[in-house]
Design a protein around this ligand. Structure first.
Ligand code: TRP
Length: 358
C-alpha cells in the first residue's frame, strides 16, 4: 500500500502529480457542452476569451463534455458534428493546443471510471438539491428524465477531480456543481485518505455576462426565443451585423451604462467593451451626445472584425476532419497521462484491483 505517487502527502490538498509539483504552474480545467451548432457570443465572451487568458498563467485543461451531451435525448450525427465544431471553435478562439491540453471527454475513459465512484459517494438528497436538475425537469417532471441527467453533477465532479485543478472557471450556473465536487473530494479524502485537491470555482466578473440582443434582460442562451437575439460565432459577417443593428434598445436617447434602466444599450456597451477590449467608461465618453444607431453601426464593425477571423479559422479547421481528429487524439493521450495515475490511486484506495492496462 501507499506506493502511488502522492499518498504520503500531508492533508493540505498538496499533490506531487506530474506538473503540479513545486514550481509548476497551477492548473485550471473547464469545458462547455457541445449542445449547439455554434458557440454564441455569451460563450465566447463569458467563457472562451477568459480561458484563453488563463492559459498564459496556468497549466490549462479544456475539454468537450460529450458524455454530458447524452444526458438528454440527442441525435448521434448532431453530437459528433457539434463535438467537432466546438473543438474547432475553441482552437480558433485562441486555445493553444501546444500549451494547453484540449480533449474530448469520451476519449478519456477515466472520466467514466471515476464518475461511478463519485456517484456511489453522493447522497440521493444531496443530488436532489442540484438546482440545474430541478430546472431541467420542472416542465416534464423527474419521472421523464433519464438517470444520467440526475448523475450529471457526479460525472462533472469526476471531470474535475481527475486533473487535480486549483481552479475551475465556470459561470454562476455551474457553481453549485463545483461545490458538489469539492464536497465529494473532501468526503473521499476523509474516508479513504488524502487523494484529491479541493478545487476552487473561478467565476468571471459579471461584466462578462452577455444578454439576448432581442430580450436584453435574459442571458444570451441557445434556447433564445428569437434566433436574432443570439449572435453565433459561426454566423456570416452579414448575419452578425444585421443582428446587432436590429438589437432592441431602450427608451430615451442617451448612451450610458445602466443595466436596470437601459438593459439594451448596456448590453451593447458590454459587448463592445469585451470584444473591442476597451473600458465601458471610455466608450460612454466616446458616444456622448451620439445616437443608438451610431453605437450599433460601430459595434457591428468591431464584432465582425474580431469574430470574422475566428469563424474563418474554425471553418478551415472543420475542412480537415482527419487532422482535427488527430489533434484531439493527441489531446486525449496527454489528458490520460494525468488522469490514469489518479484513477489507479483511487482504485487502490477503495479496494479495487489495479485498472486493466490498455
Ligand atoms: N456542466 C458544464 C456546462 O454545462 C460543462 C462541464 C462538464 C464542466 N464538466 C465540467 C465545466 C467540468 C467545468 C468543469 O457548462
Amino acid at each position: 500500500m501507499g506506493q502511488t505517487p502522492h499518498s504520503q502527502e500531508p492533508a493540505t490538498g498538496a499533490t506531487t502529480l506530474p506538473g503540479v509539483g513545486e514550481g509548476a504552474r497551477e492548473r485550471v480545467l473547464s469545458g462547455m457542452q457541445p449542445s449547439a451548432d455554434s458557440l454564441h457570443l455569451g460563450n465566447y465572451i463569458g467563457a472562451l476569451k477568459n480561458w484563453v487568458r488563463t492559459q498564459e498563467e496556468y497549466d490549462a485543461y479544456f475539454f468537450i463534455p460529450d458524455m454530458h451531451g447524452i444526458t438528454v435525448a440527442h441525435e448521434p450525427t448532431d453530437l459528433r458534428e457539434r463535438t467537432h465544431r466546438t473543438a474547432a471553435q475553441y482552437i480558433a478562439g485562441g486555445i493553444d493546443v501546444g500549451r494547453s491540453t484540449l480533449f474530448v471527454q469520451s476519449q478519456v475513459p477515466e472520466h467514466a471510471q471515476l464518475s461511478w465512484i463519485m456517484t456511489c459517494l453522493t447522497g440521493m438528497g444531496e443530488a436532489s438539491r442540484m438546482t440545474q436538475f430541478k430546472d431541467k425537469t420542472r416542465r416534464s417532471g423527474t419521472d421523464a428524465a433519464g438517470v444520467g441527467l440526475f448523475a450529471y453533477p457526479m460525472l462533472m465532479a469526476a471531470d474535475i477531480l481527475l486533473y487535480q485543478p486549483h481552479g475551475v472557471p465556470v459561470g454562476d450556473d455551474q457553481k453549485q456543481h463545483v461545490e458538489l465536487a469539492r464536497n465529494l473530494a473532501q468526503r473521499f479524502n476523509h474516508r479513504f485518505g488524502e487523494t484529491f485537491r479541493v478545487p476552487e470555482p473561478f467565476i468571471p466578473e459579471s461584466g462578462a455576462r452577455i444578454y439576448d440582443l432581442q430580450n436584453p434582460t435574459a442571458k444570451m442562451s441557445k434556447s433564445a426565443e428569437s434566433p436574432n437575439g443570439l449572435l453565433n460565432l459561426l454566423d456570416t459577417d452579414k448575419q452578425m451585423a444585421k443582428k446587432i443593428r436590429s438589437a432592441v434598445t431602450d427608451d430615451g436617447t442617451e448612451i450610458r451604462f445602466d443595466r436596470e434602466e437601459k438593459p439594451g444599450v448596456s448590453n451593447l456597451l458590454a459587448i463592445y467593451s469585451a470584444v473591442g477590449e476597451r473600458s465601458i467608461d471610455d466608450l460612454v465618453e466616446e458616444f456622448q451626445g451620439r445616437m443608438y444607431g451610431h453605437l450599433k453601426v460601430e459595434l457591428a464593425d468591431v464584432v465582425v472584425a474580431a469574430l470574422g477571423p475566428v469563424r474563418d479559422r474554425a471553418l478551415e479547421l472543420l475542412d480537415d476532419r482527419a487532422e482535427l481528429d488527430a489533434l484531439l487524439a493527441r489531446g486525449a493521450a496527454k489528458a490520460r497521462e494525468t488522469a490514469r495515475p489518479v484513477v489507479a490511486e483511487v482504485y487502490e484506495k477503495i479496494g479495487f484491483l489495479p485498472p486493466a492496462q490498455d
